[in-house]
Design a protein around this ligand. Structure first.
Ligand code: BTN
Length: 237
């Protein structure tokens, strides 16, 4: 991964560019990176703030040997790769909040946005978007996220070389996607659960048709969160 790089100074969204590139014949592991994004997007149509030079804004084009049903778990595979990258490069021990937030001291340091391009029967590409806050100071964050966001600099008191983090992340992602392809989800699931702040928590899940209260007890083989309800029954959400 990351041997074919497409680098921009400023784009609307690396995710958008990666989607276009993936429809051409670009190789597995092609990485789109930008120094700033004017229209970075997060899950649920949220905005992703992508200040110039302060963080890692990138989208990886992966063409994994997986079925369409196995694709959503790549978000969890990516989370594990990010946790190991942060530990390796900075020594910081981050945690995962289901499904896709990476936290340091309870605040969000990284978000993951996994999107699929597929024919009815096979994956064409998975676009793995990663936004990591690296060198922001407290005053760099917009008011609406200052209480929930953090950066590597804030947590460690040091500035970090983005290229070093990107390089390690490519190695870790390649390793864990390969592990998933060859050994299935079980080894990833074990690692993911050990870094999770969600497992063991009592929580309320508001969904379109219903609201469920219960205790998060684990994730299933297909990456869903398992909730134990008051009546003892288990629901995957
Ligand atoms: C989230 O936490 O909601 C996911 C955030 C994903 C942000 C990254 S930054 C690079 C890529 N380009 C985008 O527009 N979004 C992703």
């Amino acid at each position: 991964y990351g041997r074919n790089l497409i680098i921009f100074d400023e784009v609307e969204s690396t995710q958008k560019i990666a989607h276009d590139e993936a429809q051409q014949e670009v190789p597995n592991g092609t990485l789109v990176i930008a120094d700033s994004q004017t229209g970075g997007r997060g899950r649920l149509a949220r905005t992703w703030y992508s200040a110039r030079g302060k963080g890692i804004w990138m989208s990886l084009i992966a063409r994994p040997h997986l079925s369409i049903e196995q694709a959503p778990q790549l978000t969890l595979v990516t989370a594990v790769a990010i946790i190991h990258t942060l530990k390796e490069v900075t020594g910081l021990e981050a945690q995962i909040k289901w499904p896709n937030d990476i936290l340091l001291n309870g605040k969000k340091i990284t978000g993951i946005l996994t999107e699929l391009q597929a024919d009815p029967d096979r994956i064409q590409a998975v676009i793995i978007g990663i936004g990591m806050n690296v060198n922001q100071q407290e005053t760099d964050f917009e008011d609406e996220i200052t209480s929930i966001a953090t950066s590597l600099r804030i947590e460690s008191g040091k500035k970090w070389e983005r290229a070093e983090i990107i390089g390690e992340l490519m190695n870790q992602l390649e390793k864990y996607v390969h592990m998933y392809e060859t050994h299935g989800f079980s080894p990833i699931k074990m690692l993911w659960e050990s870094y999770s702040v969600t497992i063991g928590k009592k929580l309320t899940a508001r969904m379109v048709n219903e609201t469920l209260r219960g205790e998060a007890i684990g994730i299933s083989e297909n990456g869903l969160l398992q909730l134990k309800l008051r009546d003892g029954s288990i629901r995957s959400i």
